[in-house]
Design a protein around this ligand. Structure first.
Ligand SMILES: Cc1ncc(COP(=O)(O)O)c(C=O)c1O
Length: 402
């Protein structure tokens, strides 16, 4: 039977929706006690002493880099396969990104090739934890300690993931998280600075204090647009909303379809700093209560899809150490041409993604050929949906004679 499955969904329970509405009605959306409580609860969840909430993941990374006081032009090692804003945050802080190679099976930094990017001007290393997994932190931490370099993590896509019981975002000196739509914990946009070092925390707080609170009208507008986005990614909302135009654009104008998901890069300046509103923080607290349960559903779906695809020709499944617990923000596989497979899958109702992350350098074969495809794997899916994803990918791979 034909099904429609969106590439990601926004998870909101009835209680979370009720909370958003009540915060708007009772006037506590701009400020209140939820902000400090959310920061404290995230600190406990991550096992870290200091957490500060801001308006975006890129602002969080920018603030960390500024707080570390590197001299202008210093080199920061950044994964060659990165979300674009990570590079933008480095540049906005007046620093030079130098790319280090990533691994074709787990997509994070490849510790065995870090030396190739090291120069005498390197002052720190940024580690991204892609797609809901933890990068190989044991080897990366050994390497960075051996070279006396601080590690900054970006755990935006891996909130709740862990390696040897330690959470992604709690290995290095500091880390950032994005809480934008589509992340495992989201607050309709937002970001976190998490750190072990009080000095970094204090510097970040100083910058936040200088910003003006967001007006109630703007918060209402953002919450409303978040709720509309949520409605459009529910099963019914997606099927009777965006799916038909996506299906047609996919047939005739694929570029325009992807442009719909592209953000206007210029709109989101890492230096544009705002506090997180009380409404967002309240939502963050509710999302945190449900994070492990939602992550566990993602994990079960991922296991089912991986099991189903294990004997598919020309498709490489991701590999992670047995001592890691992934939270599957997306399920990244490699196929000969991700754009072709993506297009075919949508004809059967399965919306995948091919270009969320960018290959900035070290164009190893898998990056040069555009092989990475992100399959949907989110708590809005049923187990029958996961079977349908498997069936569809297999059918498409056979049709393309891979
Ligand atoms: C790994 C990573 N870093 C940073 C960001 C940027 O976050 P934001 O859009 O909240 O600035 C994202 C956003 O999706 C991301 O996936």
């Amino acid at each position: 039977m034909f099904r429609t499955i969106p590439r990601h969904n926004i998870n909101l329970s009835k209680e979370e929706i009720a909370l958003i509405v009540s915060k708007i009605l009772d006037g506590s959306a701009p400020s209140g006690n939820d902000l400090a409580a959310f920061e404290d609860e995230m600190a406990v969840y991550q096992g870290l002493p200091f957490v500060a909430a801001v308006n975006s993941g890129r602002a969080a990374l920018y603030l960390i880099l500024k707080a570390m006081n590197f001299s202008l032009g210093s080199e920061i090692l950044v994964p060659a396969y990165s979300f674009y804003s990570v590079v933008e945050s480095v540049k906005a802080a007046g620093l030079s990104p130098v790319f280090a190679p990533c691994h074709p099976r787990h997509y994070a930094l490849d510790p065995s090739r870090l030396d190739s990017a090291l120069t005498k001007n390197t002052v720190a290393l940024i580690v991204e934890h892609p797609f809901g997994q933890t990068a190989p932190m044991d080897d990366i931490m050994d390497w960075s300690q051996g070279h006396g370099l601080p590690v900054i993590e970006d755990a935006s896509q891996s909130i709740g993931a862990s390696l040897n019981g330690k959470k992604a975002g709690s290995f290095g000196l500091a880390s950032c998280m994005s809480l934008v739509h589509g992340k495992n914990l989201m607050t309709f946009g937002g970001g976190l600075v998490l750190t072990k070092e009080e000095k970094i925390y204090r510097e970040v707080l100083q910058q936040i204090v200088k910003t003006r609170p967001i007006e109630a009208g703007k918060i209402r507008k953002e919450a409303l647009s978040g709720l509309v986005n949520w409605a459009l990614t529910t099963r019914i909302g997606y099927q009777f909303g965006p799916f038909a135009p996506f299906f047609l654009l996919n047939l005739f104008d694929r570029k325009r379809l992807e442009a719909f998901f592209e953000e206007a890069h210029s709109l989101y300046d890492p230096k544009a700093l705002k506090p997180l509103s009380n409404l967002q923080a309240g939502l963050g607290r509710e999302q945190l209560k449900r994070l492990d349960e939602r992550n566990s559903k993602r994990r079960t779906l991922a296991e089912q899809i991986i099991h189903g695809l294990s004997d598919t020709n020309a498709l490489s499944l991701p590999e992670y150490p047995p001592n890691s617990i992934g939270t599957w923000n997306a399920l990244a596989v490699r196929v000969p041409s991700s754009l072709t497979v993506q297009r075919e899958c949508l004809r059967y109702g399965v919306d995948t993604r091919a270009d969320y992350m960018t290959g900035f350098a070290y164009q190893d074969e898998w990056l040069r050929h555009g092989e990475v495809l992100y399959l949907p794997c989110h708590p809005g899916m049923s187990f029958a949906d996961a079977d349908y994803v498997v069936e569809t990918v297999k059918k498409v791979m056979r049709k393309l004679a891979y």
